[in-house]
Design a protein around this ligand. Structure first.
Ligand code: DP6
Length: 367
């Protein structure tokens, strides 16, 4: 499928005049194999796969009405948790500019976006994945309400396509469970333009996984993910990373099918550390891990060595640590976290989340 498939060319008159309010909730996600490096318009340098979370999500309301005053290209008000937050508007305008060729109706409306997150804004958890995917889902509803989307267009695929243009990782948040973005020769239906639900067999253990997010540093990062991606363009080890990720995917398909927890853990930790190794070797370099990130990593390794419990870590582009483990281990892991790890978190904070597939979704998939 090509970009032009997603273009909406004609605007019907009733559509132009329409007004309404649409809402969408969309979660954050945690990448197991990471997207780091991109080219052209949000095309990933390598494929990535993530668990979509359940508890950390954005809840967005988009109201739209026919444009009153022309002037600026787009008309957008932005409220965060009910409060006007104009500093977020440039990001939205940038997003609108990118999706304009596919959403030609945007200049015809006055938009008000009112959004809130279930996780603390200053938690260091990337909110761009949940906020951009929620906004894309709102736009799809606006298009559906106007009966403007043809039956041939898959609304979720279109939402993922649009969300990607807002923030790459956002395109994976459209689907629950495991979502995959980026073309890979061994993965049927995979695309650089949008994410897909992971299309192969997944062992039962991975359909109900836990993620405890240890909030090590809740401050604003000095280097954003977008700046980090740019540094991959001239990176001395970029090629090696992109090649090894492609190879790792072949193994990961088998791991996900067989439910080999040790191999799964080794892979996600390797991925997390490779991501941060890329940051450390960028020119200029940057370090997002904090001393407490390393303390936690060491304690997790020791705990595993002593107890044999399958708890492994991954990291986003930040200092926080995501601990991933099967649901049935939650009591043992909880007491380990409370005794050993919370002291390394800011104000002892962590977020309990899960990557459980919705029950209906599993039933549907197994049909
Ligand atoms: C480390 O999706 O935030 O979380 O496309 O520039 O918005 P932009 O970047 P973003 O990068 C995410 C990087 C990551 C890995 C991942 O989620 O795959």
């Amino acid at each position: 499928m090509k970009n032009h498939h997603f273009k909406i060319e004609k605007l019907s008159l009733p559509f132009r005049k329409s007004q309404g309010i649409v809402t969408a909730k969309s979660p954050s996600n945690i990448a197991l194999i990471k997207y780091w490096g991109k080219h052209h318009e949000q095309i990933p340098a390598n494929p990535s796969i993530s668990f979509t979370l359940n508890q950390c999500y954005s809840d967005t309301e988009l109201s739209y009405q026919p444009r009153k005053n022309q002037g600026e290209k787009f008309s957008v008000r932005f409220l965060f948790s009910g409060k006007e937050q104009p500093e977020f508007i440039p990001k939205i305008l940038n997003f609108f500019e990118r999706i304009l060729p596919y959403c030609r109706y945007l200049p015809n409306f006055d938009f008000t976006i009112n959004t809130k997150n279930t996780f603390p804004h200053s938690s260091g958890i990337a909110s761009s994945a949940s906020s951009m995917s929620a906004l894309a889902l709102c736009l799809i509803q606006l298009e559906q309400k106007s009966r403007f989307l043809s039956d041939q267009q898959d609304p979720l695929q279109r939402a993922s396509f649009l969300a990607r243009l807002g923030s790459g990782s956002a395109c994976r948040s459209i689907y629950p469970g495991l979502a995959l973005w980026g073309a890979h020769e061994s993965i049927k239906g995979s695309s650089d333009l949008y994410a897909i639900p992971y299309p192969y067999e997944v062992h039962k253990t991975f359909t109900n996984y836990r993620d405890t997010i240890l909030l090590i540093d809740t401050g604003v990062k000095k280097i954003s993910s977008s700046q980090g991606h740019v540094l991959m363009n001239q990176h001395p080890y970029a090629r090696q990373r992109f090649d090894s990720v492609r190879k790792n995917f072949e193994r990961f398909i088998i791991i996900l099918k067989e439910g080999n927890l040790e191999a799964f853990g080794e892979m996600i930790e390797h991925e997390a550390l490779s991501l941060h190794a890329m940051m450390i070797c960028s020119q200029p370099y940057f370090l997002l891990m904090k001393p407490d990130t390393l303390h936690v990593i060491e304690k997790v390794r020791d705990f595993r060595a002593q107890t044999g419990k399958p708890v492994y870590f991954t990291l986003d582009a930040g200092a926080n640590v995501h601990l991933l483990y099967p649901a049935e281990e939650k009591d043992a892991i909880k007491s380990f976290i409370e005794k050993e790890l919370l002291k390394h978190c800011q104000q002892g904070q962590c977020i309990e989340d899960s990557c459980a597939y919705p029950v209906d979704y599993i039933r549907h998939k197994n049909k």
